[in-house]
Design a protein around this ligand. Structure first.
Ligand code: SF4
Length: 338
């Protein structure tokens, strides 16, 4: 039954996606086997990538330092675990109603087994079911999928930048055997290496001097060397300068079972259970908020707002004296986080 790229894109928009781009599968040539979407659906002819904006107002409470739930609940967990899968299901059904198979890849990281290394498959977790195949679960890199689908470019921070919404977009992918026409790769330029992401990253996770690069679909992509462990610790609130919930004077027993986050962070992060949708406590201070602010200020995005995002210096708390910590809360500050 007929299914064109235009039909898929129109359906995706009507079902609730903000962006839809299509990549041909040959653009993934050279991908590591554990991140290669062709391992998930060898018969796929196209990779449909949907983008969902994170509304600017989701960041407002964190930017002011007074309300942290909207970003973690709606902008992170709610999008990844609720809204985007619903749209994916509807689009899957739309495609399968036209007799083409559609395999969804939600924005979740089932390959994680090592604390703080949330994206990489660990060989102790599983083994291939056939020789030469990837071990489950294959986890594609959504930034690369979005790049292959022509939706934008990598920023220096390694966060993917879209010309309409900048870094504030979450992506999912869907594989289909329908021979859809691919979109051209993005030809514009968004990141001017202002380094705001480096300066304002609360985890000191993005190198300002060392870079990493890969080649995708014949194009070289480069970003600042990224330390995923530092980011994972900081984004959960591991840096007291950006975590107002870290209260050493509070008796942790009063909050037993009410914290979330990674095991080590349970000792240090005063992190209410209401945020357990996703422990994104510091609100992507550098790689999203500082980046968005710069892109709007320099008018690099096709979308604008009546009022500026940032009207005063971003907040930063003073350090907590280690002597203040109750002895029961043993904690060694992760190295490299300032
Ligand atoms: S999420 Fe936060 S800690 Fe991680 S890179 Fe972005 S600004 Fe840095």
């Amino acid at each position: 039954m007929e299914l064109t790229s235009d039909m898929v894109k129109q359906a995706a928009r009507e079902l609730g996606a903000d962006l839809c781009g299509i990549a041909s599968m040959d653009r993934f040539e050279g991908a590591p086997i554990q991140q290669d979407p062709r391992q998930i659906f060898p018969g796929a002819k196209a990779c449909i990538v949907l983008g969902f904006r994170i509304p600017r107002g989701y960041f407002r409470g964190i930017e002011e330092g007074t309300y942290f739930a909207a970003y973690s609940a709606l902008g992170y967990g709610g999008m990844n675990l609720v809204y985007m899968p619903c749209v994916q299901r509807e689009l899957c059904c739309f495609i399968e109603d036209r007799e083409w198979e559609c395999a969804p890849i939600p924005n979740m990281y089932p390959g994680a087994t090592i604390r703080f290394d949330t994206q990489r498959h660990h060989p102790e977790r599983s083994r291939p079911v056939r020789e030469g195949q990837a071990a489950p679960d294959v986890m594609i890199d959504f930034r690369i999928a979005a790049f292959c689908a022509g939706l934008g470019e990598f920023g220096y921070s390694k966060v993917f930048l879209n010309p309409e919404f900048g870094p504030a977009v979450r992506y999912v992918a869907m594989l289909t055997d329908a021979p859809l026409e691919p979109d051209p790769l993005f030809a514009g330029k968004l990141c001017d290496r202002c380094m705001a992401c480096v300066r304002e990253c609360s985890g000191n996770a993005i190198s300002g001097t060392e870079t990493e690069s890969i080649t995708v679909a014949g194009r070289q992509i480069e970003w600042g060397k990224f330390d995923v462990t530092k980011c994972s610790i900081a984004y959960c609130g591991g840096n007291e300068a950006y975590n107002p919930f870290m209260r050493p004077e509070a008796d942790p027993n009063n909050f037993a079972g009410k914290y979330c986050g990674k095991p080590d962070l349970d000792k240090v992060v005063g992190y209410p259970a209401s945020y357990h949708h996703n422990p994104a406590l510091e609100g992507a201070r550098g790689c999203m908020r500082a980046c968005m602010n710069h892109l709007w200020e320099t008018k690099r995005l096709t979308r604008s707002f009546v009022n500026p995002f940032r009207t005063r210096k971003p907040w930063k708390l003073g350090p907590l004296a280690e002597a203040d910590w109750p002895p029961s809360r043993e904690w060694t500050k992760p190295t490299g986080i300032e």
